[in-house]
Design a protein around this ligand. Structure first.
Ligand SMILES: [Zn+2]
Ligand SMILES: [Zn+2]
Length: 338
């Protein structure tokens, strides 16, 4: 018991074969019996039992916004960022790393915040443009603040909606996790972008956008600065991506006007998906260049939306080849009509 108390909440472990990092909950690990099928966590969806209805002083908000403006501690709020009560990564002065035989570990140093919008039931498809923009403002504010911290190499901003997408609280919220390592998926994406850049002296994302905008088949919606599309190699049915049209590697560098345009396309994309798939569960996340002081100008930030239209089965898990059950061109045509 004593030993358990001293444990850091989480530990990164490196798979020596795939070179993928995984995160193991150590300090607050669940008892093995709680993994039985019937004991799995259910989504808390009633407002009376919602932990986000009565945030108090204890929560120590990291950013408070009210009607489009950042305000001070203790103020009323319309969007708020707080540290996650059960963080996957936690701040620490200097993380302990170790090598055990063929294995390598590192304490899960980093930051884990929850970004909450006020209303218990209204979510992005029902938001106004200014409410959506406020959410993006908070994303950017927290990103800019946490990227300065030590040991932060990558910042992931994501949103899970619904039980099928892994959300355990129904109240609309997003999360931000700042990690000391760059995940394998991101590394692959960076490597592919760099290789193309070295070979063709241009950004692969810009090349795809130029082609798709000309061909129009996979375009769902666009405004001056952003485009919503179903990617050529969609990984799931109705996968949607949002790209800035101009080459921009770093999400956190978007300026006011771009944020307005981004909010507009995000809102349109979420409305269309909601109508097309009858309010589906989904995950969305921002893919952006890391904050490890490397130069990643060949990268092109974007947002990916994965509606929960299927679950991974044996073939997907064993090969990583995902099966999308509709052509992206058909999905885009359907979404354009919504
Ligand atoms: Zn709530
Ligand atoms: Zn580009």
């Amino acid at each position: 018991m004593k030993d358990k108390k001293q444990k850091f909440p989480s530990e990164l472990r490196l798979d020596p074969v795939s070179q993928d990092w995984v995160l193991i909950a150590t300090g607050r690990a669940r008892r093995p019996e709680t993994f039985q099928k019937d004991a799995r966590v259910s989504v808390e969806d009633s407002a009376s039992a919602c932990p986000f209805e009565k945030l108090d002083e204890q929560e120590k908000p990291t950013a408070i916004f009210l009607n489009g403006k950042q305000v001070g501690q203790g103020s009323a709020w319309s969007t708020i960022a707080i540290p996650n009560k059960y963080p996957a990564f936690s701040p620490i002065a200097s993380p302990h790393t170790s090598i055990i035989g063929p294995y390598q570990t590192m304490e899960g140093v980093g930051f884990h915040e929850v970004i909450i919008t006020k209303d218990h039931t209204r979510d992005i498809p029902e938001f106004s443009l200014s409410e959506t923009k406020e959410l993006i403002d908070v994303y950017q504010e927290r990103y800019l603040s946490l990227m300065k911290k030590e040991f932060v190499d990558y910042i992931s901003i994501f949103k899970n909606k619904g039980k099928a997408a892994g959300a355990t609280i129904a109240h609309p919220h997003s999360q931000l996790i700042a990690t000391p390592v760059i995940a394998a998926d991101i590394q692959r994406s960076l490597r592919g972008s760099k290789q193309y850049f070295v070979t063709y002296n241009t950004c692969v994302h810009c090349s795809m956008l130029e082609w798709d905008l000309k061909e129009k088949k996979r375009i769902v919606f666009e405004n001056d600065a952003f485009v919503v599309l179903c990617p050529f190699a969609s990984r799931v049915a109705f996968e949607v991506r949002v790209y800035p049209k101009a080459h921009l590697s770093y999400f956190e560098q978007i300026i006011e006007r771009q944020k307005e345009q981004f909010s507009e396309v995000l809102l349109v994309a979420m409305k269309k998906l909601s109508r097309a798939l009858n309010n589906p569960d989904y995950n969305y996340f921002i893919h952006t260049a890391p904050v490890d002081e490397g130069k990643h100008m060949y990268y092109h930030w974007h947002l990916e939306i994965f509606p929960k239209t299927s679950t991974w089965a044996g073939f997907e898990i064993s090969t990583g080849i995902e099966i999308s059950t509709i052509e992206p061109e058909q999905a885009a045509a359907f979404l354009r009509k919504q």
